[in-house]
Design a protein around this ligand. Sequence first.
Ligand SMILES: [Fe+2]
Length: 317
Amino acid sequence: MRKNRKKKAKKRFKFFKIMPKPERFEQAPTVEQDIRERDYELLKDYVNDIYEKSEAEEEVIESFKEHNETVLKYADNLAKKEEINPEEEEILKTATILHDVSKLGTEEGEEVPLVKHGWESAVMAEKKLEELGKSEEFIKGVKKAIERHMGPIPGFMEREAKKWEKETGEKIKFPRPEIITEKILYDADMLALIDPQGIEKIMNIRKNNEIFIKDDRETAAREGISQEEASLRSALKSGQEATASLFTDSAREKAKELLKESETQIRRKLEKEKKVSKVITEAERIAREEAEKIALEEAREEAEKIFEEEKKEVEIK
Ligand SMILES: [Fe+2]
C-alpha cells in the first residue's frame, strides 16, 4: 500500500516535471503590440526610402542602414539592463529608428549639415508620427530623444560645431540627454561608434579625408609608427572620448568590453593585411625580374637576327 502511494507520488512528480513552468508559456501578442510592431517596420521602411532617394553611394546607404540596426540592438540591450517601462521602451525604440533619418538629406533632397541632423531628424520624425496618429506627448518624447542624441560631447561634435561657427557665424548649442530614454539613445549611438565596425568606420573616414591623412602621416613620422597604426590610435582615442561621455552604467561597462575587442580585432586585421601586402610585393618583384629577363632575352634574339641579316646582305654584295 505504502509502496503504491510512493509510486503514485513519483508518477505525479514526473508529470509536473514534464509540464512547462508557467513562465515558459509565451503570451500571444496583444492588438496594441501588433500595431506597435507594424509601426516599427513602417518607420524603418520610411527611413530606408529616404536614404535610397538620396544621391549617396550604395555603400554609404548600406552602412547607414547597418548603423541603425546596430544602434537598435544596443538600445534594446541597455533598455533591458536599465529596466525601463513599456511606454518608455516604445518612445526609445521609435526615436532610435528615426534618429538619423535626415543624415543623408531631407525628403525634398536638401542637404543637412552634420551638426544639425538631430534637429532635422526630429522634425521629420514629428511629421511621420503625426501621420501615424501618435499622441502629442509621445511625439514630444521621441523628438526630445532625437534632438539630444548627437555626440560625443564633449569631443567630436563640439569641434564640428566650432568649425560650423567659423564657416557661418552661427553658434550651436547642443541640448543634452536628461531622462532615461534620451540617455539610452545617446549611449547606444556611442556604443555603435566604439565597437569594431564603428572604429573601422572612423579609420575609413580618416583614410579618405585630406586633413586626417596629413594628421596621421605627421603622427606616424613623429612616433616612428605606420600611418595605419596612427589612424587606429586616433580612432581608439575617439572611442575613449565617446566612452567618457556615456550616461548609463550599463553602457560604460559594455564600452570597456567593446574598446578592447575593437583594438584586438583591428590590430589582427592590420597584421594580416601587412603580411598579405608583403607577399604581394615579393610576388611583384619576382614577376618584374622575370619580365625583365624575358624582355632581355627577346631583345638579344632580335639583335642577333638583325646582325645575321646584315651579315647576309654584306655577303650578297
Ligand atoms: Fe546621429
